[in-house]
Structure formats: structure tokens, C-alpha cells
Design a protein around this ligand. Structure first.
Ligand code: CP
Ligand code: NVA
Length: 311
């Protein structure tokens, strides 16, 4: 069997093959199992460091990357929006070229996706997208990992994403689900559906509807905030449009699947896109999903910074 080609960066999912994606999922499982069974991972990133640039707030991404580096014997450190001034104080290519002389990898959370691509193009160390306005690949890798843990075989399972179908999380889920043979349905108001560019990048079937009956038969019901970071000035307008798409007990029943799983990338605006009873109910896997950010990203770090092969 030939080796799975190495990834250089993790900027997005559209350049990653299905076998590379599965390789990351399997590596995440090995690292999670290793830590659970032995209490610690091998220090495969000893003497390696990760610069973590944030232009937007974060809980999960910041903490899971920092702890992920520590679990693997390396060091991750936070850089605030003010101190770096990515794209304002200094260009993204210059930031990447400078950091490449100090660290072994860069993880960045940005507004403009082009900043991620520029850093990958100009730096000489791996670049990881920790969320951009366009995509959130670490989240989607985690989400598929979580689905795999809970459902087993993913082929022909149906992921229904309800809400803003044009945001970064929906975009990455569309790209990710096709790689593992899942069907994707986007249930979203007119005007908030995925762009043609995103649909072209997905590998599987993607159905789009504004009809809530689109949730029927869902194996996973997924939602995210109606107003993403950076869209705050549209909040009032979005609050007029999205309420019919709230994930609540009625919508859960409408899936006609008693075993449906509810997912949300978090943070949640409880009482808007999801109700408390559903977020905290028996169908919810919100917190195992959040915890899996750690394990999925450790696979990305081990592969990109530690040269651990995908198999
Ligand atoms: N889901 C996610 O990326 O969470 P944070 O914004 O807290 O990092
Ligand atoms: N779509 C959300 C995801 C947050 C993790 C945002 O960009 O704010």
C-alpha cells in the first residue's frame, strides 16, 4: 500500500483528500485513546512551538491548541490582535516570514481568509486555520470525528445543518462530510445558503432547502449562531429572519429519528438558534464535541509539526 501524501498546511479542507482526512481521523483516535489509556501522550512535539495569532475571541480554539501542544511535549503561546496587528501593523507575508524563524508552526484565527493563505504561501512553517470568515476546518474535522465516535459507519448518514448556511462552519462541514460519504442537507432561509464556490468544493451530495421538512431523517442535526463574529452590525436584521430555524424540541421531533444527535460548534446563543432543553437534552453531544477539538487538533499538530505519518 502506498503512503498517504503528507500535508504541509491545514488552511482548508478543499485541498485535502478523503484518505488524508481519514488519516487525520484515525490519528486523532490513536492520540485520544493513548491519553485515556495511559494518562499521557508520547512527547512527539518536544522542543516544538506553535504561535497562535488571534484576531477574534476564542475559548475552545485557544485552550485546545495550547493544551494540545502541551500534551505532545511542545509549547503553544497566544498572540493578541493588538500586539500582532495582522494586516495592519504588518502584512501577513511579513508576519509569517518573521515567525518562521522562531517557531515550528503558526495557528491563526482571522477575519480575511486571504491572510491564512498568504501566511502559508510566504512562511516556511505549517499554517493552521483556527477559523476565518470563510471556513473553520479544525471544527469540521472535530465534528466528523465526533460523528464517527457516536454513529460508527458514516457512509450514507445524513447531516442536516439548520441556520446560516453561508457561514464558515457550514462551509467546512460541507467540505468535510463529502470526504466520509455523508449526505449533507442545508436547511436555511433564502439568501443564507452556501455559495456556488463552496458547493463546487464539496465532494458529496448537498441538498439545499428553506423548508423545515428538510430535517426529516437526519442522523445529525447541526446548528451554529445566526450572527457570526464580524457580522455584528447585521444582528438585528438576522434576528428577524432566523427564528423559524431554531433547533428546539419541535424541530427535533420533526426529524422522525429518535436517535438523532444534536451538534453545535459553540459558543451557543441559547434561546436563539438552540433552546436550553435541546442543548442540554439526551440527544445533545455538544460537550463531547467541544472536548474533541483537543484530540482532532492534536492529530493535525502531530502530523504537521511532528511528521507523524497518516495511515
Ligand atoms: N467552536 C469554536 O471555535 O469555539 P471558540 O470560538 O471558543 O474557539
Ligand atoms: N460561525 C461562528 C463560529 C464560531 C466558532 C463565528 O464565526 O462566529
Amino acid at each position: 500500500m502506498s503512503a498517504i501524501p503528507r500535508l504541509k498546511h491545514f488552511t482548508d479542507l478543499n485541498g485535502i483528500t478523503s484518505e488524508q482526512f481519514w488519516g487525520l481521523l484515525r490519528l486523532a483516535k490513536r492520540l485520544k485513546d493513548e491519553r485515556q489509556q495511559r494518562g499521557a501522550n508520547e512527547p512527539i512535539l518536544a522542543n516544538k512551538s506553535l504561535a497562535m495569532i488571534f484576531q477574534k475571541p476564542s475559548l475552545r480554539t485557544r485552550v485546545s491548541f495550547e493544551m494540545g501542544m502541551q500534551h505532545l511535549g511542545g509549547y503553544g503561546f497566544y498572540l493578541s490582535p493588538q500586539e500582532v496587528g495582522l494586516g495592519s501593523r504588518e502584512t501577513a507575508p511579513d508576519v509569517a516570514r518573521v515567525l518562521s524563524g522562531y517557531v515550528d508552526g503558526i495557528m491563526a484565527r482571522v477575519f480575511d481568509h486571504q491572510h491564512i493563505l498568504d501566511m502559508a504561501a510566504w512562511g516556511s512553517v505549517p499554517v493552521i486555520n483556527g477559523l476565518s470568515d470563510f471556513s473553520h476546518p479544525c471544527q469540521a474535522l472535530t465534528d466528523i470525528f465526533t460523528a464517527w465516535e457516536h454513529l460508527g459507519d458514516l457512509a450514507d448518514r445524513t447531516m442536516v445543518y439548520v441556520g446560516d448556511g453561508d457561514n464558515n462552519v457550514a462551509t467546512s462541514l460541507i467540505m468535510a462530510a463529502g470526504k466520509v460519504g455523508m449526505n449533507v442537507r442545508i436547511v436555511a432561509p433564502v439568501g443564507y445558503t452556501p455559495s456556488h464556490e463552496v458547493l463546487g468544493a464539496g465532494e458529496g451530495e448537498v441538498a439545499i432547502t428553506d423548508d423545515l421538512d428538510g430535517v426529516i431523517g437526519a442522523d445529525i442535526l447541526y446548528t451554529d449562531v445566526w450572527t457570526s463574529m464580524g457580522q455584528e452590525e447585521q444582528r438585528e436584521q438576522r434576528l428577524q429572519i432566523f427564528p423559524p430555524y431554531q433547533v428546539n424540541a419541535e424541530l427535533l421531533a420533526r426529524t422522525q429519528n429518535k436517535e438523532v444527535l444534536v451538534m453545535h460548534c459553540l459558543p451557543a446563543h441559547r434561546g436563539e438558534e438552540i433552546t436550553d432543553d435541546v442543548a442540554d437534552g439526551s440527544a445533545s453531544v455538544l460537550f463531547p464535541q467541544a472536548h474533541n477539538r483537543l484530540h482532532a487538533q492534536k492529530a493535525v499538530l502531530a502530523h504537521l509539526l511532528g511528521n507523524v505519518p497518516l495511515d
